[in-house]
Write a protein that binds this ligand. Structure first.
Ligand SMILES: Cc1cc2nc3c(=O)[nH]c(=O)nc-3n(C[C@H](O)[C@H](O)[C@H](O)COP(=O)(O)OP(=O)(O)OC[C@H]3O[C@@H](n4cnc5c(N)ncnc54)[C@H](O)[C@@H]3O)c2cc1C
Length: 389
């Protein structure tokens, strides 16, 4: 099989013909506009990529059709399969492009899922058009995997809430115009948490950039007496954690798709390398130990694509997909880690040189096993889905 013929998520039986046609359109766009910008790293690069992606209309897939978004075909909040198609292509070409696209979905889903018609009309058209950049601010220094322990406090004073707290590891914090902030309005635990749409210009809100190992607009968010109109609370008091988990359930299958995109690119690079590089008088792939690696990488990728596509299809069908989603996220991100690591090995010294494709993928793929629920947390979710009454 040649690198160009490697399978995609759209080649699995879980996607509709419309998604296959959509994948061709996306791939042409990514090859033409995104691939030449693979080394994007600054906030300005991120904004420019979002401009290109929204100019092509793809950010509209981050907003439900009823609020001015687009879908190839779905019965759920978003067309998760379309999001997967977009992420598989974007992630193989440029990590920052993948991130800016998906954060428009994750950052706005709490509004789509829990917002009033007025709130949706106020913010979602700008998100769909790529004019309003969104962020999802849940994690805190003392509340990572255990998010229900978050300490940011929202205190009601008349027709507003005043927010005090500290968020960290917030994607797009450095470029966002609008942040969905989860804060405690009640007692301990998940039921004491509410969600708020907070405009970046609000006095008292400041952002300190953070620098992960692969380029990614990321930051800490400090909330020092930020006044948020009560009309910007998303849903009833106490429903914030449920909204956050629903949003994550919609986006998590697309993390598996992004992992497949990075793994597919790493395998393609490895096949090319193993065919053209000769040692001991023959191409690398003809050495059995390298051939075995390629076979294992391709098999892992195919399994990851099937799980990702199944999870997306189950979410789009509108049922309880939690177990399938966590299996896809867990397997695809772990498999992509193995595949990219093998790709570096197959490239030898070239594989660890700054600027090589597999070196970039090696740095980019790592965070996928951590964000939107670590691999350990996915194991817990799968076990719960298997054993709970
Ligand atoms: C690049 C990047 C982008 C991110 N973007 C966002 C964002 O946009 N918004 C946002 O809110 N958050 C974001 N995060 C935060 C991310 O969701 C958290 O990092 C993640 O949930 C883990 O939390 P933690 O880092 O505090 O690790 P911890 O919770 O401290 O976990 C440390 C280790 O302990 C393990 N562990 C924890 N609890 C258990 C348990 N019960 N059983 C077994 N093992 C356990 C974990 O799996 C992990 O291996 C981002 C993170 C990264 C790296």
């Amino acid at each position: 099989m040649s690198p160009a013929a490697l399978p995609r998520i759209t080649d699995t039986p879980y996607l509709a013909d419309g998604h296959r046609a959509f994948a061709r359109t996306v791939e042409e766009f990514v090859t033409r506009e995104v691939a030449p910008r693979a080394d994007a790293r600054t906030d300005d690069d991120a904004r420019a990529l979002l401009g290109l992606i929204s100019g092509a209309g793809f950010t509209r897939y981050c907003v439900p059709v009823v609020h001015g978004g687009l879908a190839v075909e779905t019965r759920a909040a978003l067309d998760t399969r379309a999001l997967a198609v977009l992420r598989e292509s974007l992630a193989g070409a440029c990590g920052v492009a993948d991130l800016v696209l998906v954060m428009q979905a994750l950052g706005s889903l709490p509004i789509s899922l829990a917002g009033t018609p007025e709130q949706c009309a106020r913010w979602l058209p700008g998100v769909a058009a790529g004019r309003t950049i969104t962020a999802f601010a849940l994690t805190e220094p003392e509340a990572g995997s255990d998010v229900a322990a978050l300490a940011t406090r929202a205190t009601r004073t008349g027709d507003a809430y005043v927010l005090h707290g500290h968020k960290r590891f917030i994607s797009q914090a450095t470029v966002a115009d609008l942040l969905v902030v989860f804060a405690r309005t009640g007692g301990d635990g998940a039921r004491g948490i509410s969600a708020f749409a907070v405009e970046r210009s609000a006095p008292g809100l400041s952002v300190v950039p953070q620098a992960p190992m692969a380029p990614h607009p990321l930051g800490e968010v400090h909330l020092d007496g930020v006044r948020v109109p009560a009309a910007h609370r998303l849903g009833e008091e106490g429903t914030g954690m449920r909204t956050a988990l629903r949003a994550l359930d919609v986006c998590r299958p697309s993390v598996a798709a992004a992992a497949c995109g990075m793994a597919r690119r790493a395998l393609a690079e490895s096949i090319t390398r193993a065919r053209t590089r000769k040692q001991f008088g023959k191409p690398l792939w003809e050495h059995q130990l390298i051939g075995q690696k390629l076979a294992r990488m391709a098999t892992d990728l195919a399994a990851a694509q099937l799980l990702a596509a199944r999870a997306c299809a189950e979410v789009d069908a509108g049922g309880d997909a939690t177990g399938a989603v966590s299996q896809a996220k867990l397997f695809a991100t772990e498999a992509a880690g193995r595949i990219v690591d093998d790709a570096v090995q197959i490239h030898g010294g070239e594989g660890v040189m700054a600027g090589s494709v597999v070196e970039r993928l090696y740095r980019e793929v790592r965070a996928l096993r951590i964000y939107e629920g670590t691999s350990e947390v996915q194991h817990l979710v799968i076990a719960r889905a298997l054993c709970r009454d």
